[in-house]
Write a protein that binds this ligand. Structure first.
Ligand code: NAD
Ligand code: IPM
Ligand code: MN
Length: 354
C-alpha cells in the first residue's frame, strides 16, 4: 500500500491547534480504508525555535524537507519576532525554494456557511483563485539606502519574468479548460505600466492557445468591488502574488471566514514537495484557547488528497465539512458554535464514517 511521507510544520499560535485536527482527519481516512497510509514527521520550526536558535528552521531545512511527498503547515509569525524575519525565514523560503509557483485558493461558499453579503445565492460564490506564488511583488529584491539620514529610502522591486507569468497563467487556462469554466485575469496595467502591462500581454498571448476558454481581464480595484457586489461572475481567477494574497482574504470574508479558507502551494512538476496550509495566520488574539476553527486546515488536507490523486477523498472531505456546517451541532465560536478546536476533527471523522 502507498505510504505518504508528510512533513509537518505546525508553527506558531493557532498553527499547532488546527494542524492536529487535520492530522487526525488524514489518519482517520487512511484507517477507513483510504487505500493509503500517512506517515507524519514533525518539525519544531517557527518563532519559538527562532528565539532559541536564531533561525526559523534548520540551516539545511529545505534539504531535510526535499524528499517528503508533501508539507503540511499551520501558521507562522508571532509577536516577539518581526514578521518579515519569521515569514521570510520559513513560509516564503519554502514557497520560493521549492518553486511552489501556483497557490490554489478555493473561494467557495459551502452550504451552511455564513455569508455577510445580501442578495447572493450560495452557489454564486464558487471560484478558484490561482495566485502566482514565486515572484512578482514578493520577489525578495530591494534595498534600504541611507539609513538614518534625510535621504533614507526603501526600494522594493517587483519581478515579473516571462517564464514566471507564463507558467502560472497557463496553469489557470488548463484548469479552466479542463473544468469548462471561465477565466478572469486580475491585474493593474493602468498604473503599473511595466509589470502589469507585461502580465496582461502574456495573458492574451497564452490565451491564443485556448480559443475555447472564455476570458475577461479586470483591474484589481474593480475586481475587489465585484467580489462583493457580484461574486458569481468569477470562476477561475488568475492573479499576481500580492493581489492574490489580498483578494483571497476578501474571498475568505465572503465565504465563511478565515476559518474556512484553504490553500495549496503547488510545484506542479513535482520536482519538489508541495505545501498545504490554511491561508490564515497564527491568530495571536485567540491562540492557545481552543477557539480556532480548524476547518481550513482540514480542507487543505482535502487539497493534499486531490494532489495525491485521491480526488474521491478530497471531495468527501469537502462534503463532510459541508455536512458539519449544515447540521450546526459541532462548530467553533467564529461560526456561532461552542465546540472546541479539538472537537472538530472527531466530528468530521464521525461524518466520514457514516
Ligand atoms: P490572522 O489570519 O492570524 O488573523 C486575522 C483574524 O482572523 C484574527 O482576528 C483571528 O483571530 C481570525 N482568525 C484567523 N484564523 C482563524 C481561525 N482558524 N479560526 C478563527 N478565527 C481565525 O492574521 P493576522 O492577525 O494579520 O496575522 C497574525 C500573524 O500571522 C502575523 O504574524 C502574520 O504575519 C502571520 N500570518 C501567517 C500566515 C501563514 O503562516 N500562512 C498567514 C497570514 C498571517
Ligand atoms: C498568506 C500570508 C502570507 C502571504 C504572509 C504571511 C507572508 O498572508 O499565505 O496569505 O502574504 O503570502
Ligand atoms: Mn495572506
Amino acid at each position: 500500500m502507498q505510504t505518504y511521507k508528510i512533513a509537518v510544520i505546525a508553527g506558531d499560535g493557532i498553527g499547532p491547534e488546527v494542524i492536529s485536527e487535520g492530522k487526525k482527519v488524514l489518519e482517520g481516512i487512511a484507517g477507513l480504508d483510504g487505500g493509503f497510509r500517512a506517515e507524519f514527521t514533525d518539525f519544531p520550526w517557527g518563532c519559538e525555535y527562532y528565539l532559541k536558535t536564531g533561525r526559523m528552521m534548520e540551516e539545511n531545512g529545505l534539504e531535510k524537507l526535499k524528499n517528503f511527498d508533501a508539507i503540511y503547515l499551520g501558521a507562522v509569525g508571532y509577536p516577539g519576532v518581526p514578521d518579515n524575519v519569521s515569514l521570510g525565514g520559513l513560509l516564503l523560503e519554502i514557497r520560493r525554494g521549492f518553486d511552489e509557483y501556483v497557490n490554489l485558493r478555493p473561494v467557495k461558499l459551502l452550504k451552511g456557511a455564513p455569508c455577510p453579503l445580501k442578495d447572493v445565492r450560495q452557489e454564486d460564490i464558487d471560484m478558484i483563485v490561482v495566485r502566482e506564488n514565486s515572484e512578482g511583488e514578493y520577489a525578495n529584491v530591494g534595498a534600504r539606502l541611507f539609513p538614518g539620514t534625510h535621504q533614507e529610502m526603501a526600494l522594493q522591486t517587483g519581478v515579473f519574468s516571462r517564464k514566471g507569468c507564463e507558467r502560472v497563467i497557463r496553469y489557470a487556462y488548463e484548469l479552466a479548460k479542463r473544468e469548462h469554466k471561465t477565466l478572469t485575469s486580475i491585474s493593474k496595467g493602468n498604473a503599473l505600466g511595466y509589470s502589469m502591462v507585461f502580465w496582461d500581454q502574456i495573458f492574451k498571448e497564452v490565451g491564443e492557445e485556448y480559443p475555447d476558454v472564455e476570458t475577461s481581464s479586470l483591474l484589481v480595484d474593480a475586481a475587489s468591488m465585484f467580489f462583493v457586489k457580484d461574486p458569481g461572475r468569477f470562476q477561475v481567477v488568475v492573479t499576481s502574488n500580492l493581489f492574490g494574497d489580498i483578494l483571497t482574504d476578501l474571498g475568505a470574508a465572503i465565504a465563511g471566514g478565515m476559518g474556512l479558507a484553504a490553500g495549496a502551494n503547488l510545484n506542479p512538476e513535482r520536482t519538489f514537495p508541495s505545501m498545504f496550509e490554511p491561508i490564515h495566520g497564527s491568530a495571536p488574539d485567540i491562540a492557545g484557547k481552543g477557539l480556532a476553527n480548524p476547518l481550513a486546515a482540514i480542507w487543505s488536507i482535502g487539497q493534499m488528497l486531490d494532489f495525491f490523486g485521491h480526488e474521491d477523498w478530497g471531495r468527501r472531505v469537502i462534503d463532510a465539512i459541508e455536512t458539519l456546517l449544515v447540521e450546526k451541532k459541532t462548530l467553533t465560536p467564529d461560526l456561532g458554535g461552542r465546540a472546541k478546536t479539538s472537537d472538530i476533527g472527531d466530528a468530521i471523522l464521525e461524518i466520514l464514517r457514516r
